[in-house]
Ligand binder design. Structure first.
Ligand SMILES: [Zn+2]
Length: 108
């Protein structure tokens, strides 16, 4: 399903309506408070979560750089998620030190 993502002005000052699609209800309107954005460490892309106001179905959609910038402009809450933990980085660094051919690790 293509992701449609349209911002609509609202008569109330400072309020932005985010128009998106619920997989059950079709077109729905959200406020920035309904949306939570999860950014990858590079801050350009991520995922956004929302709860449909009609059917309360929780959904998660990928957010490309354009969607991310639009969501941030509306003032949605966001968090940066780190897919690898520090322990994993340390383990990888330790493996690199003992590995005579580091590229072999990347090859899997
Ligand atoms: Zn719905």
């Amino acid at each position: 399903m293509p992701i449609t993502f349209v911002l609509m002005g609202d008569r109330r000052p400072g309020m932005t309506t985010i128009k998106t699609t619920c997989s059950r209800c079709g077109d729905i309107h959200l406020t920035p408070d309904d949306v939570a954005l999860e950014l990858r460490p590079d801050g350009r892309e991520g995922d956004y979560r929302f709860t449909c106001p009609s059917c309360t179905f929780q959904q998660r959609r990928p957010a490309n750089s354009r969607v991310v910038s639009v969501l941030l402009a509306t003032g949605v809450h966001f968090e940066v998620v780190n897919p690898i933990t520090e322990m994993e980085i340390e383990a990888f660094a330790a493996a690199l030190e003992t590995e005579p051919d580091p590229l072999r690790l990347l090859a899997g």
